[in-house]
Design a protein around this ligand. Structure first.
Ligand SMILES: [Zn+2]
Length: 641
């Protein structure tokens, strides 16, 4: 019933050594850059408890015990809202009551979920965990509340007694869909079976992920069959057939292009090992030769670039970009004592030139002992219209693992860290720029494959020399990154893109097959070997079974393809609106109004089609990826000449 949205992204590991450069930086940076090039100091609380703001400014959370009060209040409010939904004297739309119900629970659950993961103090983690468990209990109770379900069902089937807009109808259907996930619409016998199956999928998934780090076999008979149809409902792709068609077109188009990549690698391998007869490529050769090409052809090494990417200058770059595209300013805001969970957290206020304050982003950017090493976006409070006509501004946290600044130099980012910062900022801006009536569909609360589009699109900006040029400045001398470095850096991001994409197509096809009809024809390893032959240019290695370690098969469950799909949509948006002028404000404004503003309030496929002015077909999606590969290859070849 409630959407506990957390957009995760695997942090990549970069083995870079930051040069220890000692010098005091010249202070002509903007206030934002200066703030992020300095570690925030601990806020002294001179009056002890009196003026402590409470975590996230929530007064109850001046102490961890506040979670108990928050949970109690949420339970009490939930009961009141259930009674309102089921009452014949209801005075507002059903979907409004449901959204308030969801908001009441999400506000506690999302906050508690974040604190449970991120707070350095055990007492807070424990109280937050207790709150999570209590709220899950409430949700479970709601999921079996027949009267509540029937009240919503009646509104979806026959309309409300108040007029409903298309957004109201869409959101009501989403609530109903969530409700039915736990089988409330089925007979008692079937419902119990759904609950048992969900439970077993959950436990088996947890066992699989735990086992993914050490080799282990599970019987294929114990896997539940045919979950795909449900998983794809309401996504951009919408049906398994459409996903398969998309993958098939890509496979055909990639074959020749990936073969050219492998050929280049093969020649490199032969040159490196002149005496060996066996010169075929193995799967482990591709990362090695990609690294080698980066180093040899493009002379790109991380340590050369990091001094141009201090955190402050990157934040300034993001601010410039937001300013150009959306008339937004990012302002470093004072944190009140007790407002943050750690002393090195920043708080950004997001201001629109005409609309004023849009929301807050807490930036927990630095590595810390015991901190999760995943780069993540957390929604703490979703945006929504309030009954008095005002807007509940969104609050989110961005969590990264950047190197901590030292006395002599700020946090210096590798190019990969810059990509991650832009990516996560894409999620945050989706939350900030959405203006939805309901929190159930706010910002990133949309389908999995659309949720990654705004963040992947930000990676295009981070890979464009015209954008990087606006902010990459040496932290000591403030000199702009030299032109040739810029060009090499941006080109290096596109090396061997065809073979890399072919690998992603293969993973997606495998994920679809494993989650398709059962029994499979042979063991999961047999299926893997067969699909590898069909989809990937490098053969299967006998007696290996890496699928047993591929944890995404559970995390994404039949949706692994969404990585490629969001890339395709982002590439298409980039090519249509930003490729010729990445800082164009009318394109930015249009993108906001037609995509970001809606959050999940409009079906993803319709939203994309309306914005791009073309139908979202598998062929159109695949073409955007292929033409990107071709134009990048041309560009790389020009640089090498
Ligand atoms: Zn993401």
């Amino acid at each position: 019933m409630i959407a506990l949205v957390r957009i995760k992204r695997n942090s990549r590991i970069f083995l870079s050594k930051l040069k220890l450069l000692t010098s005091v930086s010249v202070s002509t940076w903007s206030p934002l850059a200066t703030a992020f090039n300095t570690k925030p100091g601990r806020k002294l609380n001179l009056s002890l408890t009196k003026d402590v703001a409470g975590l996230f400014g929530v007064p109850e959370l001046r102490s961890h015990e506040g979670f108990y009060a928050m949970k109690e209040r949420a339970v009490w409010e939930t009961d009141k809202l259930i009674a309102e939904s089921c009452s014949s004297h209801r005075t507002r739309k059903m979907v409004e009551v449901f959204d308030e119900l969801s908001d009441t629970l999400c506000k506690v659950a999302d906050l508690a979920e974040f604190v449970r993961i991120a707070h350095p103090q055990a007492a807070y983690c424990q109280a937050a965990e207790d709150a999570c468990v209590s709220i899950s209990g409430v949700v479970e109770k709601l999921n079996t509340h027949r009267e509540l379900y029937c009240a919503l069902r009646a509104v979806v089937d026959a309309g409300d007694k108040f007029p409903m807009s298309s957004v109201d109808q869409h959101v009501a259907r989403l609530f109903l869909f969530d409700f039915e996930q736990s089988g409330i619409h089925l007979s008692e016998r079937e419902r119990k079976r759904v609950v048992a199956l969900n439970d077993s999928i959950l436990h088996m998934g947890q066992r699989f992920i735990a086992g993914a780090v050490s080799p282990r076999a599970i019987s294929k008979d114990s896997l539940p069959s045919n979950l795909r149809q449900l998983a794809l409902k309401s996504s951009t792709a919408e049906t398994p057939d459409m996903v398969n068609e998309f993958l098939e077109i890509l496979t055909q188009q990639l074959q020749k292009r990936a073969a050219a990549d492998f050929n280049t690698m093969k020649k490199m391998k032969a040159a490196e090992n002149p005496g060996f007869v066996e010169q075929n490529l193995a799967p482990w050769d591709t990362p090695y030769y990609t690294y080698k090409v980066k180093r040899d052809w493009l002379q790109v090494g991380n340590s050369e670039f990091s001094p141009y990417f201090s955190l402050g200058t990157c934040m300034e770059g993001l601010n410039n970009l937001m300013n150009n595209l959306y008339n937004i300013s990012l302002v470093n805001d004072e944190l009140a004592p007790g407002e943050a969970w750690a002393s090195d957290v920043y708080k950004l206020a997001v201001f629109h030139e005409r609309e004023g304050l849009l929301g807050h982003i807490y930036c927990d950017f630095y590595e810390r002992p015991g901190k999760s090493n995943q780069d993540c976006h957390f929604t703490i409070r979703g945006g929504k219209e309030l009954p008095d006509g005002s807007y509940q501004n969104p609050v989110v946290v961005l969590m990264l693992n950047l190197p901590t600044p030292r006395w002599s130099y700020p946090s210096l980012l590798t190019p990969g860290m810059v990509d991650n910062l832009f990516h996560e900022m894409g999620h945050a801006m989706h939350s900030m720029l959405a203006r939805t009536r309901y929190q159930h569909i706010t910002g990133t609360r949309c389908t999995t494959d659309f949720a990654e589009v705004p963040s992947v699109l930000m990676e295009y900006f981070a890979a464009d020399p015209r954008v990087v040029h606006t902010f990459a400045r040496h932290y000591q001398t403030q000199e702009c990154m030299p032109e040739d470095m810029l060009v090499r850096l941006c080109a290096s991001k596109h090396l061997f893109a065809a073979s890399e994409m072919q690998l992603q197509v293969f993973y997606s096809a495998l994920d679809q097959r494993y989650h398709g009809s059962h029994p499979l024809e042979g063991s999961t390893t047999d299926v893997l070997a067969e699909l590898q032959k069909q989809y990937y240019g490098i053969p299967y290695v006998p007696n290996t079974a890496w699928q047993l370690r591929f944890s995404h098969l559970v995390g994404y469950g039949a949706k692994y393809y969404s990585y490629l799909l969001s890339r395709a949509v982002a590439a298409w948006i980039w090519q249509t609106y930003f490729e010729t002028d990445p800082l164009n404000s009318s394109s930015g404004e249009r993108y906001r109004q037609e995509c970001l503003v809606h959050g999940g309030g409009k079906p993803a496929r319709e939203l994309v089609a309306d914005f791009l002015g073309r139908e979202v077909t598998p062929a159109n999606l695949a073409n955007s990826l292929i033409s990107e590969i071709d134009s990048n290859n041309d560009h790389i070849n020009r640089i090498r000449q």
